[in-house]
Ligand binder design. Structure first.
Ligand code: SAM
Length: 268
């Protein structure tokens, strides 16, 4: 057992790879730059690698942790007036209930096995958040920030870029963790967009379904994948070549297509 794990056996099912590089830890804290009075929430504090340094900068922190052994350790390590522990699954956690004095700053070295569902869950709270910083697999971050036309551009890119401005800040190698993961990680900054009227999907559920259909078979032409939404006629009416593929459209194209459909009685 490694010394840095402090007697805790890392649980694979909870995606436990603990940060052990002081340099990386401080880079993350500096990137988040929490200020006194911020309402900060950390997802998956684990053994407290980020939690402790955060509490050197701010008086209070919320954390959401699922592992009971780690929760017990955190309770011993930090007094309740400084650390509020929300025991349970972050995927089911109501982040809206934490909106105290101001918008939330959410951070976390996220368990990789739940990263996509976690990002989709958090998107529901985008209007209550000022910024988020997450460590994720580098490959996932590359898909989040990908530009149209790139092979990484997909449903995750469109849905998250609709909600956030995103920036890949730095890459973190496997040796910064214990146990070391097999792949590189990266830290991403996500800032909710204040969408102007023209860029807002009138029916966000329809927008999500359209994007999902477009990328369901990314090698196929949109006139086929979007057949149920009006296919060729819909695309041509918007000046989009029916032979185009999903990865070539911009986020605003998907919003426009969804808004045309939202205005129609025969929408899917
Ligand atoms: N923040 C610590 C660090 O950087 O060393 C731990 C990061 S570790 C990659 C992920 C953490 O998330 C673990 O503490 C794990 O128990 C916790 N976790 C896993 N699944 C979770 C879930 N569904 N809800 C809340 N926490 C979860």
């Amino acid at each position: 057992m490694s010394q840095q794990l402090q007697g805790h056996t890392a649980r694979k099912r909870f995606g436990q790879n603990f940060l052990v590089s002081p340099g990386v830890i401080h880079k993350i804290i500096d990137a988040v730059a929490p200020l006194a009075g911020d309402t900060v929430v950390e997802i998956g504090p684990g053994l407290g690698a980020l939690t402790g340094p955060f509490l050197e900068r701010i008086d209070h922190l919320h954390v959401v942790e699922i592992d009971r052994d780690l929760i017990a350790r955190l309770r011993q390590q930090f007094p309740p007036e400084r650390l509020t522990i929300h025991a349970g699954d972050a995927l089911a956690f109501d982040f809206g209930a934490l909106k105290e004095a101001g918008p939330l700053k959410i951070v976390g070295n996220l368990p990789y096995n739940i990263s996509s569902p976690m990002l989709f869950h958090l998107a529901k709270y985008a209007n209550q958040v000022s910024e988020m910083h997450f460590m994720l697999q580098k490959e996932v971050v590359d898909r989040m920030v990908a530009a149209p036309g790139s092979g990484d551009f997909g449903r995750l890119s469109v849905m998250l870029q609709y909600c956030y401005f995103m920036e890949r800040l730095f890459i973190v190698p496997p040796g910064s963790f214990n146990p070391a993961p097999k792949v590189d990680s990266a830290v991403v900054r996500m800032i909710p967009r204040k969408v102007g009227a023209g860029e807002t999907a009138l029916d966000e559920e329809l927008f999500a379904r359209l994007v999902m259909a477009a990328f369901s078979q990314r090698r196929k032409m949109l006139r086929n994948t979007l057949k149920d939404f009006g296919g060729e006629a819909l695309l041509e009416a918007q000046g989009i070549a029916p032979t185009a593929r999903a990865e070539t459209l911009a986020v605003s194209d998907y919003v426009n297509l969804a808004n045309v459909l939202a205005g129609r009685a025969d929408k899917k």
